[in-house]
Write a protein that binds this ligand. Structure first.
Ligand SMILES: *Cc1c(COP(=O)(O)O)cnc(C)c1O
Length: 493
């Protein structure tokens, strides 16, 4: 097995795909074939811990890593950093409706599932290919990714991480999460500009010959922790398989019986990981792709036309406010049976005209497996309230979108297959909106006060990593003009 680009055929190893992140012509790395479960293999995972399931699944994709290397990676990532050492618990909230909670890590959102292990996968890749080199991770963040990446990379040998965030574009809690980050190898800097300025600045640094040379002289190399890196996708496959095993273990389903999966979707990484799990042999019947008011994906699944020429809305589920779902490119590649020329052409159209249309054959295949739906903020609020009142289950604004769209799907289709709904953030991460949904008032108040009010109202605990921010010392106070980002990078290195 090897990896190829979605836009131009090539053959590289898993570790090279992870170290490179994105191919030279802008394509994404995909496995040349899907590893399949052998007879009895899925059964054998049922009795294992999350860590051991992860090591087994990752080994099937990352074939140039040794089993020992992967054991070190999963140990570093998943031992001691998640509540009760259970990275992905499943809770049944109604008959056949299972919530897969992916937010028990250090930053209380699902990006930890991949960003806790990516640094280990990357540094193992560097050790294989260029042992003495330091990898420098540059991140531009609108909030969640920055903190999850900082926490994952902090004090991982052979790495440094620099995060830029828009000074006025993140919530106070998000800012505190980042500026209090500890670690010898971390740097955090505010930009006097918006998220686009931060992102453009980072892209310019990646392409700046002088600074790349400056790094080479110090035996350093840039890399990215972006969600298009296969090293972020692979760890996400694990939790779909793990949750299926847990349902079998707890007697909720029989081994081999089908489930549906519902995912609150932005960049299409999380739901694509479920699709990859199915290609390995996990019996998933339908993928329910849930969007907020930025419903470009549900339109696409209905019509086969992907069109980003539309209004962009800021919603209460901000991590899904996306008009270019980068990982969709991988699904299109697989649906076209690996037709690189066609994918390169579609992505070219997206870049030049902001839209593309897929072939009738691809659309038919897509619709066989994917259902697309969306809901707005008001509907998501109502779902939060109903879930809490009827099922005594508190969910965040992103998860609520998936629950809402799943309910619509179940009603319209009459499909009673058990479902696994991905829950992507702790309700406390978006406490003001959740409190408002429950009839409280979360607006214009101190972030800690809102969390305490939500806790008193729902009798659920504030997660320790968020509560602890109140006492944490602010360690990073730098703020630079948007054209001074590369100077900041030099000063750090
Ligand atoms: C990133 C994120 C999403 C979207 O996940 P994708 O993999 O980009 O589809 C959904 N919810 C939360 C809370 C997130 O942080």
């Amino acid at each position: 097995m090897f990896f190829t680009s979605t836009r131009k055929r090539c053959e590289i190893s898993a570790s090279a795909a992870i170290a490179k992140g994105i191919s030279d012509e802008g394509g994404l790395f995909v496995p040349s074939e899907f590893p399949k479960f052998l007879p009895g293999e899925l059964e054998s995972l049922v009795k294992l811990s999350y860590k051991d399931r992860a090591a087994r699944v990752l080994h099937k994709f990352l074939t140039d890593y040794t089993a020992e290397e992967l054991d070190v990676c999963v140990e570093g990532a998943y031992e001691g950093s998640f509540d009760n050492n259970e990275p992905a618990p499943v809770k049944e909230i109604a008959q056949g409706v299972n919530i897969l909670e992916l937010w028990h890590g250090p930053t209380c959102a699902f990006k930890d599932m991949a960003l806790q292990i990516l640094p280990y996968l990357l540094s193992a890749a560097t050790r294989k290919n260029c042992p003495e080199r330091t990898t420098v991770i540059l991140v531009a963040t609108s909030g969640d990714t920055g903190k999850a990446a900082l926490d994952g990379f902090a004090d991982v040998p052979g790495t440094k991480i620099i995060v830029f965030f828009p000074r006025d574009g993140v919530s106070d809690m998000q800012k505190l999460q980042m500026t209090t980050q500890k670690g010898e190898n971390v740097a955090v800097c505010a930009i006097e500009g918006n998220f686009d300025d931060a992102q453009t600045g980072v892209k310019n640094i990646f392409g700046d010959r002088e600074i790349v040379k400056f790094l080479e002289e110090r035996n350093m190399e840039f890399s990215s922790a972006n969600s298009i890196n296969f090293g972020r996708l692979a760890p996400q496959i694990v939790y779909y398989i793990s949750s299926y095993c847990d349902l079998v273990k707890n007697g909720k389903i029989a081994m081999g019986s089908a489930v549906n999966v519902a995912v609150p979707t932005g960049n299409f990484g999380n739901i694509l990981a479920a699709y990859y799990a199915k290609q390995m042999g996990l019996p998933i019947k339908r993928f329910i792709c849930a969007s907020n008011r930025n419903n470009i994906l549900s339109d696409f699944i209905a019509t086969g036309i992907y069109d980003r020429n539309r209004a962009f809305y800021t919603t209460e589920s901000p991590s899904m406010d996306i008009l270019i779902s980068s990982n969709l490119e991988r699904l299109l590649y697989h649906l076209s049976n690996g037709d690189c020329e066609q994918i390169a052409a579609l992505m070219g159209e997206l870049k030049s005209a902001g839209r593309y249309t897929v072939s009738g054959e691809m659309l038919t295949k897509l619709k066989q497996e994917f259902y697309g739906g969306f809901c707005d903020d008001a509907a998501a609020r109502q779902t939060i309230r109903e879930c809490f009142e009827k099922q005594n289950y508190l969910c965040d604004t992103h998860t609520a979108v998936a629950v809402n769209v799943y309910q619509k799907y179940a009603k319209d289709s009459g499909d009673t297959t058990p479902v696994i709904i991905a829950s992507t953030a702790s309700p406390y991460k978006f406490a003001p909106a959740v409190l408002n949904a429950l009839g409280g008032n979360g607006d214009a108040k101190d972030g800690f006060a809102v969390m305490e009010e939500l806790s008193a109202l729902t009798r659920t605990p504030v997660p320790a990593p968020l509560a602890g921010l109140r006492e944490a010392e602010v360690l990073h106070k730098s703020s630079v003009a948007k054209d001074a980002m590369s100077d900041f990078v030099r000063s750090v290195l």
